[in-house]
Design a protein around this ligand. Structure first.
Ligand code: MN
Length: 483
């Protein structure tokens, strides 16, 4: 190595590190996409920076997941265009200015980083408009996804010279289906990343179980969990749910003090540096052991979660796994005298949705609810199996038949929501199946959820991540050490 090159190398220190797979991974993914979409152009919009309270005060940047999947470049303000007919791929983005380098540090050039994903052509963003106009003149199809950020709606409208409603009605369903088919089946290199994300999440769950003490706030524990995700090079895969009010499905955390007789529900997840997610839930007593009442409800959820996970295999409808878990919850609640009548009929009538108003699980990958921006109907259902509009089932994000390579969560729960209990009772809803009088002593119980992450394999399923206490005795063994 000559002195000149050596000196040049010394001057370059990239401040921003972009974790990526090998070049071939991205080339292969795009080849597959091109062959399934068939013809035309595919336009991808990377995400933008987003301001919190003034322009330069930014939310943490999060790249769009489909952009990450096909291009892997984790920086804002990019467009990518795939011309299927001419077999040409171009990355569009700004070159760093002197000011950018002063304020945010020297960045690997877009040309160099694009080369790492097998894209040799890089242009400034202003070139894109004329290429799009040219394609439109030739009446060529331009495939794009439905925007979920307002700035993308504006950018796409301007680029395509159309208004918002015309823009949304021309979203490429062909492209959506091709991406869903590809991203649903996790490749070995993705499974390595997902397992890392789940293991980081296990560390967060263990920390919560070891840290939580009477008199602390929910926020004190939630803060420690985020620290673990960041310290491992990633971040949260969604805002932590850590609450003594587990009956509220997406209650995050507050400065409320936790009390000795509370149950603490912790639903949290980390994503890796490459943005693959983990998502786990445990519910544990603040005191050293579950009360009888708490243990009874916990055991029902434990049994439903274990039974539902046990039947995961290729070919089974996840909707049927969900309904099987619902049946197990009803059978357990009947043994406690909270429900009555024929258990199957209770599930058919939706009586269980008073306690379990949501779905059993979802796909997980680059998004914690994987690909949800592409539309739940396309991700979780098929033309023969439409998503239900009924209370409970409408929140089931995944219904379709499982395939080897799917990564999914299983997360049943029992939630005693006083608001829902009052409304249902006043309407006499499902009175044949619900014992409203007995239910009154559970008004301030809270909620229990247990969640694990699974890979669907050729002959069944595989639990992802290292071991985490789940049996009541295992949880008590940890909690009883708390002073
Ligand atoms: Mn989940």
């Amino acid at each position: 190595m000559g002195i000149r090159t050596r000196r040049k190398k010394l001057h370059i220190s990239y401040l921003l590190f972009n974790a990526m797979f090998n070049k071939e991974v991205y080339i292969h993914r795009r080849e597959k996409l091109k062959s399934s979409v068939g013809n035309g152009l595919i336009l991808f919009l990377g995400n933008e920076e987003s301001s919190m309270s003034y322009k330069d005060n930014l939310y943490p940047f999060r790249q769009d997941s489909s952009f990450l999947y096909y291009f892997g470049i984790d920086r804002p303000g990019l467009f990518a265009l795939i011309d299927i007919d001419q077999d040409e791929e171009t990355m569009f983005g700004e070159t760093q200015t002197e000011d950018d380098i002063v304020w945010t540090g020297y960045q690997e050039s877009l040309t160099d980083i694009s080369d790492k994903i097998g894209i040799g052509k890089v242009e400034g963003p202003s070139q894109l408009a004329s290429i799009i106009q040219q394609a439109q003149k030739q009446a060529r199809t331009i495939h794009y996804l439905k925007p979920y950020r307002p700035e993308h709606t504006l950018k796409l409208s301007a680029l395509l010279g159309t208004n918002e409603s015309a823009l949304l009605s021309s979203v490429s369903i062909n492209l959506v289906k091709a991406i869903v088919a590809q991203r649903s089946i996790k490749a070995p290199e993705e499974l390595v990343e997902i397992e890392k994300g789940v293991n980081m999440t296990v560390d967060m769950q263990r920390a919560a179980m070891n840290l939580a003490r009477e008199g602390m706030t929910e926020a004190m524990i939630a803060g420690e969990l985020q620290k673990i995700a960041i310290a491992n090079g990633g971040n949260l895969s969604f805002p932590t749910i850590l609450t003594v009010n587990g009956e509220i499905l997406h209650n995050h955390f507050s400065t409320k003090l936790i009390k000795k007789d509370n149950l603490l529900l912790c639903d949290c997840g980390a994503e890796t540096a490459m943005h693959y997610a983990g998502d786990l839930t445990r519910t544990f007593p603040v005191s050293g052991s579950f009360s009888n009442k708490q243990r009874e409800i916990y055991q029902i959820v434990y049994d439903a979660e274990t039974a539902a996970a046990g039947i995961l295999k290729p070919g089974i409808l996840f909707r049927d796994v969900h309904l099987f878990a619902c049946l197990k919850l009803v059978e357990g609640l009947q043994q406690l005298g909270l429900m009555k009548g024929n258990a199957k009929e209770a599930v058919e009538a939706g009586a269980h949705t008073l306690f379990f108003p949501c779905g059993l699980g979802h796909m997980m990958g680059l998004d914690v609810h994987d690909m949800e921006n592409l539309g739940e109907q396309y991700v979780g259902y098929t033309e023969d199996l439409m998503q239900s509009k009924a209370f409970g089932l409408k929140s089931l994000r995944l219904g379709r038949s499982l395939e080897p390579g799917f990564v999914i969560t299983v997360e049943p729960g029992i939630y005693f929501n006083p608001y829902l209990m009052d409304i249902w009772e006043s309407k006499n809803k499902c009175r044949d199946f619900i014992n409203y009088d007995k239910l009154k002593i559970y008004r301030d119980f809270g909620g229990v959820r247990i969640e694990e992450d699974f890979l669907v394999t050729e002959d069944g399923h595989h639990l992802l991540g290292k071991a985490l206490a789940k049996l009541p005795e295992e949880i008590e063994a940890i909690r009883s050490k708390i002073e």
